[in-house]
Design a protein around this ligand. Structure first.
Ligand code: MRU
Length: 308
């Protein structure tokens, strides 16, 4: 892997890459307790559905090492840090029996490593399976950032794009800026640069126009939650990609690990985050939107391809 690592564990401290500063500066923030890591997640220092879950698993280890009596409290802080992406909640539910029986720090470390390693294997499989949407050298449009800081290298949607590039099946990647945090312009563009993949950053409002011009052969995006009935929660703007894809006949593909699957159907009770750190009081920023199944061409997970 090339590029700064998303986090590193040094003794009893987790050092988390501040993704808000990439690519201008490479800065790591300390997470010494589960509460501190929860704060880093809430403040978008670390983001991306699978990476939030991985970092949370390591946060439990650090907590178990430093102050196991506060494990339940730390677990709850993590659980409340970001509500929409389901990976965090899936992993925390998986860890709950360890928390409840006060497992040893070593057990938490083993758990965290397994969570991370599982995600790596899954992503490699998704990258392989996603190649079926690249029958020839393609011009692809992605959205937000689904690469080595959002999950484990090679990424989900970006994993497919990387694999396609290696196999000579990629002509160009269009990278929408993804306002307001600019995950596309800053993170995805940087990842493309590092790997020498040809790309252009485009303002978010260019997406339908690029498709109308016939400049996009396939759209591949990630997800933060996929309900059992096929609703895709992802970075706000994904719904616009899906609508434009439908209108202009571009295949719309969602790449996500099974750890992003919500076993329950869509419900209004699922919290769609709104960000409070807006530049002006009169701004309204939702973090995610919801793409209904009839707009989703295919969902690629490590288990196969699902047409919802
Ligand atoms: O708010 P973010 O940056 O955490 O949103 C991230 C996304 O929407 C990604 O597309 C999603 O988490 C998939 S990452 C493999």
């Amino acid at each position: 892997m090339v590029g700064p690592e998303p986090f590193r564990l040094e003794g009893d401290t987790l050092h988390v890459l501040d993704q808000r500063l990439i690519p201008r500066r490479i800065v790591y923030r300390k997470g010494r307790t589960a509460r501190e890591v929860a704060r880093l997640i809430r403040r978008m220092v670390v983001r991306g559905a699978p990476m939030i879950a991985i970092v949370a698993a390591y946060a439990l280890y650090v907590q178990a090492l430093r102050n196991p009596r506060k494990l339940s409290e730390g677990w709850r802080a993590l659980k409340g840090s970001r509500p929409t992406a389901v990976n965090l909640h899936n992993v925390l539910e998986e860890a709950l029996p360890l928390v409840e029986r006060g497992a040893s720090a070593e057990e938490f470390l083993r758990f965290a490593r397994e969570v991370e390693e599982r995600e790596r294997r899954i992503n490699e499989r998704i990258a392989e399976l996603g190649l079926r949407f690249f029958p020839r050298p393609m011009r692809v449009l992605t959205y937000c950032n689904t690469g080595m800081w959002a999950t484990v290298y090679p990424g989900t949607a970006l994993g497919i794009i990387r694999w396609a590039h290696r196999r000579g099946l990629l002509k160009h990647v269009f990278v929408p800026e993804t306002a307001p945090y600019m995950q596309g312009a800053r993170l995805t563009a940087y990842e493309m640069q590092i790997e020498g993949i040809p790309y252009s950053v485009v303002p978010d409002n260019h997406i339908p126009f690029l498709m109308e011009r016939g400049m996009v052969d396939v759209a591949v995006v990630g997800a933060d939650r996929i309900t059992s009935d096929g609703y895709v929660f992802n970075k706000i703007g994904t719904l616009s990609v899906a609508l434009a894809s439908k209108r202009f006949g571009v295949p719309f593909v969602v790449a996500a690990p099974s750890t992003t699957f919500d076993p329950n159907p869509y419900s209004d009770d699922i919290v769609v985050e709104r960000r409070s750190d807006v530049p002006r009081e009169d701004y309204l920023y939702y973090a995610f939107d919801i793409t209904p199944p009839d707009l989703v061409g295919a969902i690629v997970s490590e288990r196969g391809v699902w047409i919802p």
